[in-house]
Design a protein around this ligand. Sequence first.
Ligand code: ZN
Length: 443
Amino acid sequence: MTTSIKQTAFLLMLIALFWMSNASAQQKYDLLLKGGHVIDPKNKISAVRDVAIANGKVATVAANIDPAEAFKVVDVTGYYVTPGLIDIHVHVNAGTGERGSYAGDNSVYPDGFTFRAGVTTVADAGSAGWRNFEDFKQRVIDRSKTRVFAFLNIVGYGMRGPKFEQDLKDMEAKPAAEMALRYPELIVGIKTAHYAGPEWTPVEHAVEAGTIAKIPVMVDFGINHAERPLSELVTKKLRPGDIYTHVYSGLRNEQDESGQVNPSLWEARKRGMIFDVGHGGGSFAWRIAVPAIKAGFLPDSISTDLHIGSMNAGMKDMLNVMNKFLAMGLSTEDVILRSTWNPAREIHHEELGHLSPGAGADITVLKLEKGNFGFVDMYGARLRGTQKLTCELTLREGKVVYDLNGITRPDWDKLPRGYKQTGDPRWDGVIPVRPVPPTKGSN
Ligand SMILES: [Zn+2]
């Protein structure tokens, strides 16, 4: 190589380095959501703000961020921008092939229901116990784009039906706690559910397991029994931070005979008990919820109890359940708080549910539609409403995973003829997987 060629090559390298550093300085953010109304209850923000994302994390939230600093800019003027929604009561232990079982066909795969409703994190509520949690993990948790946590059922076999769920011998605290401690990054609580007998055993063993593993217990209180009244459950048996779900079902004296909220629920709330919606197919009635909300008994967290019996009934999806609370008079901020930061705290995952700089960029962009809408409860009764939130865009760790109207996308007739895939891995999480070339020897 001659000296002059060496010099030219060196010069070209310098130019390339300068260009690269300059380009990355201009584009320190991968994605900028511009002009939206940010609701971030943890940080007490409800105002028009830009949100900049870099390396899958929230980089900064500010009144005006220069678009030149971002690789990709999306105009979200007129929309709400919120932390990714967190639904702490779902059933997603699908895939075992077991009929009539929440550890099987009664469950659904999460990704088909979450991102399109703005949900980025779910917690399965006890579909699996310590005996089948690892099977659930490998079938669903490890394969989902949605972040999936689990409440471990105190029943070793989980929700496989009455034969298993009514078996007091398979409700052992120690192995449940051991499994929870083996997967602290996935198991966020202990669940007891569907118990039909008069004994306290399921609740007591769930609390024992929760105490050993230092995680909350979530209770579906099963069939109502005079021997184990709700008042004793919430004021004595459960600990502060434990979660009572299905609070507006009315199936276990959540409302007393005079139509008022059971006084023990107010007392329990004072001692730090948590009350969750868990709408489901049979756990939300207007005649219970409307008077409770009027009296000021709001839920701590809004959740769906998603499964095959609720997905196409009154429940539908997370936003539909949130919209019911809007229809009962809660503010948008109140509803977002109960679907983001509150549930994050309840499951001890305070890294989630907010848009603080450094937090994972799980973000939801919502539209508030006005019109004539109807919302249906477990008995098929309707409550009318005039507004509802719909999901426009969902980001999971900074990548677009759902985009209803293509607001991140270019118009096709402005692209070159013969255009191909338009996204970029810096922000696009739905780029189709490229065909895998055949491995050697296969034809
Ligand atoms: Zn459930």
